[in-house]
Design a protein around this ligand. Sequence first.
Ligand code: GZL
Length: 326
Amino acid sequence: MFRMIKKVLAGVLLIAALLSTACTKKTEETKEPALLLGFSQIGSESAWRIGNTRDIEESADKYGISLMLENANQKQENQIAAIRRFIAYKVDVIAFSPIVEEGWDNVLMEAKDAGIPVILVDRDISTEKEGLTTCLIGADFYKEGVMAGEYLIRKADSLGMEQVNIVEITGTENSTPMRQRQAGFFDAIAGDERMTVLESIDGDFLKSRGEECMRYLLKTYGDTIDVVFSHNDEMTLGALPEIEAADFAPGTDIIIISIDGGQEAIDVLKQGKINCVVECTPKLGRELMETALLLKAGEEVDKVIHPEEQIFSDETDVSQIAPRGY
Ligand code: GZL
């Protein structure tokens, strides 16, 4: 008898569990996404970009937002086409990281006419028209450039340098980070007569181009180079082996200043082969999702949202820098 009761109870519990799962599953399946967000990403050119994409995808999941993410593979025309698809699909909000600042007016006018708000992520656009975008979520690149320049002045002082010859490997020409990092760096060193920029060359934020640029700069300027200012870690990591192949010790014979703060560059900073890495966090997903939800709800949003950023350099104990996550 007791065995019979046990069997019936087990059956009842099993049916209850199956019904509960079905209900949960049904609830999950029928749970409407908070909103539909179309995001055009530049590409996968750097650890920074890959980390940015991962953070946006994880944040969309966390906020229950349905994400249509398209990778433009470094082509502006692909971003424009993606934005047009988002408009046709009638997404609630469009977001994108513009590879360059110019050339967006027509497609953003189409989004405006369709009544779809647009959020700029990471990079900015340049336009004469009002109201094409709602806000910019991204780093203060000018400040990053200033931080790099101010570090170099302190470094030159600590080494008692009387002349400082700099070569600059820039990011993608006409992109916001390239224009503003260069402006901030140049403004920071402008009053220091020791500072001379021998040449600026476009490395397009790519490791392969960083290698090519450094090979050319070493061939052209050789041992007159005192400093490499590189607009991102990818190009820096491409340049370092060229410096070593030319029998110079990066971080000692040549001061190396980089921007982004990804794990690989921080590891090289800890080895003493990079002297300074200015942080540029790719983790913008939370701000993006919260801003998209506010726009969907018809709320006002801040025009510009800058994340807090720090500097890592040989002025402090870098051995304790926590894992970077990108
Ligand atoms: C900066 C971002 C830049 C990174 C590069 O916010 O736009 O693009 O510095 C990336 O690594 O390619």
